[in-house]
Design a protein around this ligand. Structure first.
Ligand code: PHE
Length: 366
């Protein structure tokens, strides 16, 4: 054998692609991947540019035409098979990882803690928003108020019109409103505040001789707002309405002061700031010291040290007129504030959105 033919024979030996061995090793590598991350590495190792398969492909050139054709066909078959296996393995691993995730997050709803572990089985409790709604009701009932409720779906008249906002009144823009596709366009809304319940109460009082009124009205409200640390699109308010003879702004201020101290404690200060609402005159916004920073300024209170809880004021005579109550004989004050804000401030929750995420680990802390 000449030197040249010996060299050619040697090349031919090393480069004869042993498709069987390549296939066997590659399958083992793919099947051995225990996670999708490992599979990605395995796929590169067996199908990538530097894989034995790719190498064998590059060496086809040293074979004669017939052998090259045959070996090429075999290598292509191996590649197709490996690709299929890799894909199947990928879906298997994805399913297994998803199952493991679900298992890790699973709540055992049948779990009973034996008496030896706990004196009594663990019971659920109210969501902090419901619990707060109840304690706010208690505070006001203690002050002589009754509790009333109204519908969450309102006509334009209850949500705006009767509250001294005739159609196209610019103040309507203060509330980003969800409209229902019901009746005339924009005639039916998801209430943007609990103030329309004032109107229902005034109408009832007028029909049944129910004046004077001392009532609070808690409930859910809706606004087309982007949720952030202090806002939710679905939230809760508690409305207050007092209608009597000779009611003054001092009564309103005293009521708010009493409520704040009863609910937040005497070290939290409240302040009233002049504001505008179409259904009260004069009107004010009331704010309390931010409980997260104690007034120093933080992200939750936008560095102001104060958190706005709600609005209030003396009932505008136009509201009495809208339902036909004599505004010479009767005066009133009203207020409305956010229950979710109260929860947030009472429990120092930096982001209000936590209240709606329904994470049991959050809810358990209350
Ligand atoms: N309804 C007002 C609001 O949601 C608050 C408010 C209630 C103001 C009662 C004055 C009187 O913004």
């Amino acid at each position: 054998m000449s030197d040249r033919s010996a060299a050619r024979a040697a090349v031919a030996t090393v480069s004869t692609p042993d498709a069987g061995a390549i296939r066997h090793d590659a399958l083992r590598t793919l099947e051995g991947a225990a996670s999708r991350a490992e599979l990605r590495i395995a796929v590169t190792a067996v199908l990538g540019k530097r894989s034995p398969l790719a190498l064998a492909h590059r060496q086809l050139g040293s074979l004669d035409a017939d052998a090259r054709k045959e070996a090429g066909r075999v290598l292509a078959e191996v590649r197709a098979e490996l690709e299929e296996v890799a894909e199947r393995r990928g879906s298997e691993l994805a399913a297994a990882e998803r199952a493991a995730e679900l298992e890790a997050d699973r709540l055992d709803l049948t779990e009973v803690i034996p008496a030896s572990v706990a004196d009594r089985p663990v019971r659920g409790h109210h969501h902090p928003v419901s619990a707060t709604r109840r304690s706010l009701e208690d505070v006001f009932v203690g002050m002589g108020f009754t509790v009333a409720e109204g519908p969450e779906i309102e006509t334009d008249w209850y949500n705006f019109g009767a509250l001294n906002m005739p159609p196209a009144h610019p103040a309507r823009g203060m509330w980003d409103t969800f409209y229902l596709e019901l009746g005339e366009p924009e005639s039916t809304v998801l209430r943007t505040h609990t103030s329309p319940v004032q109107i229902h109460l005034l109408e009832e009082a007028l029909a049944s001789g129910g004046l004077p009124i001392h009532a609070v009205m808690p409930g859910r409200c809706y606004r087309r707002d982007t949720p952030d640390a202090r806002h939710l699109a679905t939230f809760h308010q508690i409305e207050g309405l007092v209608v009597d003879r000779a009611v003054t702004f001092a009564d309103l201020a005293g009521t708010i002061e009493t409520f704040t101290t009863a609910y937040f404690g005497s070290d939290i200060h409240a302040r009233l700031r002049p504001a505008y609402f179409p259904f009260t005159e004069p009107s004010a916004e009331f704010e309390i010291t931010c409980t997260l920073c104690r007034g120093a300024g933080c992200r939750t209170c936008s560095q102001t040290g104060w958190i706005e809880l709600g609005g209030c004021g003396m009932v505008d005579p136009a509201v009495f007129d809208a339902v036909g109550i004599d505004n010479e004989e009767w005066q009133g004050f009203a207020f409305g504030f956010g229950i979710d804000r109260c929860v947030q401030m009472r429990h120092q929750i930096a982001d209000m959105r936590l209240l709606t995420e329904n994470d049991i680990r959050f809810a358990r802390q209350f």
